[in-house]
Design a protein around this ligand. Structure first.
Ligand SMILES: [Zn+2]
Length: 271
């Protein structure tokens, strides 16, 4: 993104200098200054990113658990969606599997497991995974039930953004500061998105039920057996799913049918 902005600025600058008949030497000086500023910004961004990543990796299981419990306690509404979040544990096995929480009332796949051998081999099976845990790409993950908050229209909605949790809990801010004193808010963005940066990104979340974060416009699927509209089950960031494709998709969306719940239909999107 930043590269695009710098190139855009350079093109605009070239046009302006050309219009005023300014020499290429002046252009080169201005372009170098812009490049230098960009490099400094990049170094600062990476130092901050590494600081947050290291703080998260050094956090104890108890400290991370306290953060997740606090977020889940922010609403008394029964949960309808979940995401998978980081733990600092090591996976019990190499297998990639997503345990769908049994607390999701009314969700046909509550308590089931999505086995992810590869992007082409996704299987929805009844019952919890053998170890009861979720693991993807060597990460041991746990589920976080998404709190639901009342909107101005009076309806309850799933809240995914870290800012919505921080607005409602001073305790949460304190817990995060206990893990990373300098950047507590950014730490939450890092912990909620399964990526190495600290910027919260809906595409980098494993989402279960609720609403997917779309890379492009929303896409839907029908059940291959009965033709009814399929239901969104799980969103997986492309980089976490074993794939034979040359370029990894940004996100994969698993759909299934409540009448034929072992059917899997996949939507793959690139940004
Ligand atoms: Zn069906």
């Amino acid at each position: 993104m930043r590269v695009v902005v710098v190139i855009g600025l350079a093109i605009v600058l070239m046009a302006v200098l050309n219009a005023f008949d300014v020499s290429w030497v002046v252009f080169a000086i201005v372009a170098s200054a812009l490049g230098g500023a960009f490099a400094i910004g990049l170094v600062r961004f990476n130092l901050k990113r590494m600081h947050i990543k290291r703080a998260a990796e050094a956090a104890s299981d108890e400290a991370l658990d306290a953060v997740w419990r606090e977020i889940e306690s922010l609403s008394d509404e029964p949960p309808t969606a979940a995401i998978l979040v980081r733990t600092n544990g090591t996976p019990h096995s190499d297998a990639s599997a997503i345990s769908i929480p049994s607390d999701l009332r009314g969700f046909p796949w509550a308590g089931w497991t999505l086995h992810c051998a590869s992007e082409e081999q996704l299987e929805l099976r009844k019952g919890a995974a053998p170890d009861g845990c979720s693991g993807l790409a060597g990460l041991q993950l746990r589920s976080l039930l998404i709190p639901r908050f009342k909107t101005k229209s009076g309806k309850f909605r799933n809240a995914y953004a870290p800012s919505k949790y921080l607005q409602r809990s001073r305790l949460l801010r304190g817990q995060l500061a206990g893990i990373c004193e300098r950047y507590p808010e950014e730490l939450l963005g890092h912990l909620l998105s399964l990526t190495d940066t600290f910027e919260f990104d809906a595409l980098r979340q494993v989402r279960i039920s609720g609403s997917p974060g779309w890379a492009q416009t929303a896409a839907f699927r029908s059940c291959p057996t009965c033709g009814r509209k399929a239901q969104f089950v799980v969103q997986i960031p492309g980089e976490l799913l074993p794939s034979r494709r040359r370029s990894r998709p940004d996100a994969c969306y698993v759909y299934s049918c409540r009448h034929h719940p072992t059917e899997v239909e996949l939507v793959v999107q690139y940004t």
